[in-house]
Structure formats: structure tokens, C-alpha cells
Design a protein around this ligand. Sequence first.
Ligand code: ZN
Length: 191
Amino acid sequence: MAHPSSAHPNVTTALLEALHFAATKHSDQRRKDKEASPYINHPIRVAQLLASEGGVTDLDLLRAAILHDTVEDTETTPEEIERHFGPEVQRIVAEVTDDKSLPKGDRKRLQVEHAPHLSIQAKQLKIADKTANVQNITTSPPDGWSLERKRDYLDWADQVVAGCRGSNPALEAVYDQVMAEGRQALAATAH
Ligand code: ZN
């Protein structure tokens, strides 16, 4: 398969190839919300936030957003991403992929520690990812999550995003708005 770069003339084809790849890889996965919505909704939302809210036109970043959970959550290997989408997309996906051999607490701590050292592309991807997750957790929460668990997630997301700021002010403003609305929604359920 060809490796369309950012300069590739056919942006539509390049995006659709990433969508098809991710949809196939995530096809048997569901989100943790009550409706068990298709997993692919999440990476599509993250890429859409980058483009619509963050004004991102960088094709490698948009493809990395669509693919961002394939290595972490499916059998996909980094080599496979590189073979299909090139080294730049692979590099961005690798930057936002947790090491699943580590305990969850360590992975969460490392996300906070690594955030300031990420590339400007990975920082934007992280902000969009956390925006989508905060929105999900506060509007269609995972089944069985307590108020405390939701609040902990929001606090942790704020710490990760703090290390990513300065990469895309428009996207950061949307994150801040979603977070403010999310905290209000949680406060309303607490009373
Ligand atoms: Zn994600």
C-alpha cells in the first residue's frame, strides 16, 4: 500500500483508508457506556474534534487520531501502522500509546509525566482524546462508575492536559468548556 504523506494529493482517500483500517481493527469492541456504542465512534470523534474545533489539517495527525487506540487496544503492531501509513503516523500513535504491561496507576502517572515532552502533534491528540473522554464520562458514563471515579478521571485529565497546553489554543478552549460543563453536570448529580 502507498504511504500518502501530508503532501499527498488525495486527502480523502488517505483519511478513508485510516478509517477503514481502524473500523476493522475495532470491529468487535464496544465503549463502556450503557448503550455499548461501537468503539470506532471514539477515534472518529477525536479526529473530528481536531479538525472541526482545532482547525487541524495535518493529514498525519488526523490519521494518527483515527488510529490512536489500535496498538493499545487491539492486536495491531507498530510495524503494521508504519507499513500502511508511514513512519510519521506510526510515531504519533506510539507517543499516545500506553505500555499495557504496566499497572494502571503507573500508566496514568506516566501520562502526566510524559505530556510536557510530547511532540506538538501528540499534545493536540491528547487534548482531543481527553475532551472526548470527559464528554463521554459526564454525559453517557461507563456503567457502574461512581461519582468519585468520574471526578478522579476529570482531575487526572486536567493534569495530563496541563502538560499539553500551548499546542492549540482553540482546542484547549473547547477542552476547558467541556470540562466546565462536565464538572457542572457531576455537581448537579451530587445534590
Ligand atoms: Zn482515546
